[in-house]
Design a protein around this ligand. Sequence first.
Ligand SMILES: Cc1cc2nc3c(=O)[nH]c(=O)nc-3n(C[C@H](O)[C@H](O)[C@H](O)COP(=O)(O)OP(=O)(O)OC[C@H]3O[C@@H](n4cnc5c(N)ncnc54)[C@H](O)[C@@H]3O)c2cc1C
Length: 360
Amino acid sequence: MNSAPNAPLAPENPALTGIDVASRLPSAVANAPLFKRNSFGFDVQAEWALSITSAAQLQATMDIILAAGWPWRVLGGGSNVILPSFLPGITLLMDIAGQAIQEESADGTLLSVGAGVNWHEFVTWTLDHDLPGLENLALIPGTVGAAPIQNIGAYGLEVGEYIQAVEAFDCATQSMVEMAASQCHFAYRDSIFKANPKRYIITRVDFVLPKAWSPRLHYADLAQAFSEVDQPSPEAIFVAVCRIRNRKLPDPKLIGNAGSFFQNPIVSHAQYEQLLKQFPNLVSYPEAGGQRKLAAGWMIDHCGFKGVRAGSVGVYENQALVLVHYGQGDAKAVLELAKTIQDEVHRTFGIDLLIEPIRY
Ligand SMILES: Cc1cc2nc3c(=O)[nH]c(=O)nc-3n(C[C@H](O)[C@H](O)[C@H](O)COP(=O)(O)OP(=O)(O)OC[C@H]3O[C@@H](n4cnc5c(N)ncnc54)[C@H](O)[C@@H]3O)c2cc1C
């Protein structure tokens, strides 16, 4: 990585003039609706939106944006964001395509994938090419470029395990950088990209899928699905993950949501033991270093919120960790409901729930 860890970012100047944008970024679209680019389905409009289809275009665009001090942000599929009804300045829509096998060795296969590629289509493509490893992460909405941001994870697997390197535009040094996985600081729903918002714009992700593969089935739903199968194939796991997710999670095309709305809190073993005395049915999973990951959905359900509706928003009836939008609502409505839930969980368990999607 050729950048200093805490280099200052260029300040933004909200005094954006339409004439400037139109003349200097002629492909930018004014007053662009983002209804289809936020899975909550809120009625959102970008003052300007610009599709980014290559790293070179991104670099040239960012040089203009940063020099002008225009407000900006980047959006992938919009499945992990809470957007206000108006986004000032420029919204960059990450559309860099392309996926290719770069290298095959006896140990593994190196893949390079454009940041705008749809994540689930990429996982399907790997299995079509006989490259198992990512099947537990099937059906997670969004783009490949956003996957490293919160180190997406599901069913006992996190994407960081398979990432070799990330290519990004570094807004602090205004240059392209390539960061090895060890420099990305991957942790539970976290990374250097999430910790430094608006510093890095990811353009490409390189994955290594090892030749040696074994099924990852320790999460309860998967263990149950394969309780009578000795060695399920990656394809069978892919199908099972899709089936379980379709049963438990609402399809954003039918009902707005951003998946898990809260992170599962991680507590010390001592705090877990204390809670278990009071709540013997508490659901949790072991973590490294003797810590414990508590099931936030169980805690929310215990507080009586599952299926509760508050006007235009509510808590999903099949999974209390998911907040849903029924239509005609906005970010304010969902954040108000979230606050009510956070307060009650804190009152009951003494635990602070953190919101997972990024707020703008
Ligand atoms: C039904 C549903 C189920 C879900 N299940 C899971 C799950 O099981 N596990 C999980 O981890 N997540 C899950 N999510 C959350 C979401 O799918 C992931 O976080 C996904 O990676 C978001 O991708 P996106 O392209 O939609 O990102 P966006 O929502 O567009 O962006 C998210 C954040 O990343 C930034 N960003 C996006 N692209 C880039 C880029 N190229 N460079 C720099 N910054 C960027 C944005 O600025 C924003 O801050 C779920 C969401 C839904 C709706």
